[in-house]
Design a protein around this ligand. Structure first.
Ligand code: ZN
Ligand code: ZN
Length: 314
């Protein structure tokens, strides 16, 4: 049965579409058994996206997140006989204040999980549009290689500080680079930093999401690409599945391509979060992970397909 551990809605995110309830209804309609709600965490005033400027504020985003949390709880109760809803957030790693913000959120709310992501380099979004990506690259010294080095160093800082239960789109930095499908092993220094990060994730038991948004954005492989997945597998790392949906039409998008990708990489099991008597992480009591055989269950993802057009939002 399909599942996804990463989603957004237009109700609580300005670059997404549709209500939270519509997202859940779409997941039910597509036969999902588990669907995680992971809205972006609130950001500072200086980190508003262009479409948010003049429309909201850091305070507005904080209130919106509060509203999201309560709506998510109501919807989980409303649909509990039809789908297993997990409630979490996608953490941002923008500037030193990000850590305090994340810690405060984890204390304030009771989440089932969160996703550790890096969308910014030198405080500039790297997946929003080409001009911003170019600005971030310039701040790194002007080349993709240097920007990638900085990205994997920032990601390592994030991993060590947060130990996220799920690592979001591990190689997102390639999206707007000159060669998004470049073999990651081509740059020795970058590859060494990636391996260091993969070892760290495997060591604390973080789940690596295989995120089909990469395919939605016209890349040849999901995030992360096959060589990265193979290395993580070799290190004993475990994977989960995400569609990173930002609208109803994204739910389950490109899941029909997963059996071939997982088979090619050699992944025979993926994992989903479940309610359990034993917790795997003391920060999330009552939440554990469950193995799902790719042979038995992921093949049913083949029925979930049809890519919706993508607006390029993060
Ligand atoms: Zn993201
Ligand atoms: Zn987003």
């Amino acid at each position: 049965m399909p599942f996804s551990h990463h989603s957004h809605s237009g109700q609580f995110c300005s670059h997404a579409k549709g209500t939270l309830e519509e997202m859940i209804q779409a997941a039910i309609a597509k036969g999902f058994d588990t669907f995680a709600l992971t809205e972006h965490m609130p950001r500072d005033d200086e980190d508003l996206y262009p479409e948010e400027q003049g429309q909201t504020s850091a305070q507005g985003l904080t209130q919106l997140f509060e509203d999201y949390y309560h709506e998510a709880q109501c919807l989980r109760a409303k649909y509990q006989s039809q789908i297993h809803i997990l409630i979490g957030l996608e953490a941002e790693w923008i500037r030193p204040s990000s850590l305090e913000r994340i810690k405060a959120l984890l204390e304030q709310y009771r989440f089932d999980l969160f996703i550790g992501s890096v969308h910014h380099m030198h405080t500039v979004p790297v997946d929003f549009d080409q001009p911003m990506y170019s600005e971030a690259r310039a701040r790194s010294g002007g080349t993709d290689e240097r920007l990638f080095e900085d990205y994997y160093d920032a990601q390592y800082d994030m991993l060590q500080a947060l130990r996220p239960p799920i690592v979001g789109h591990f190689d997102l930095i390639r999206l707007l680079s000159d060669e998004p499908n470049r073999d990651p092993r081509a740059w020795g220094t970058v590859w060494a930093k990636m391996l260091r990060n993969l070892e760290y994730i495997a060591s604390y038991g973080g789940l690596m999401e295989i995120n089909t948004a990469g395919l939605r954005k016209d890349m040849a492989e999901p995030y992360p690409s096959a060589p990265i997945c193979q290395e993580f597998l070799r290190l004993g790392g475990r994977f989960t599945l995400s569609d990173d949906s930002h609208q109803v039409g994204h739910v389950g998008t490109n899941y029909h391509k997963l059996p071939e990708f997982l088979g090619r990489v050699g992944i025979r099991e993926v994992y989903r979060f479940v309610i359990a008597a034993e917790s795997r992480d003391e920060r999330f009591p009552g939440i554990s992970v469950q193995s799902v055989s790719v042979n038995d269950d992921v093949a049913t993802h083949a029925s979930v397909s049809e890519a919706a057009p993508d607006n390029g939002a993060p």
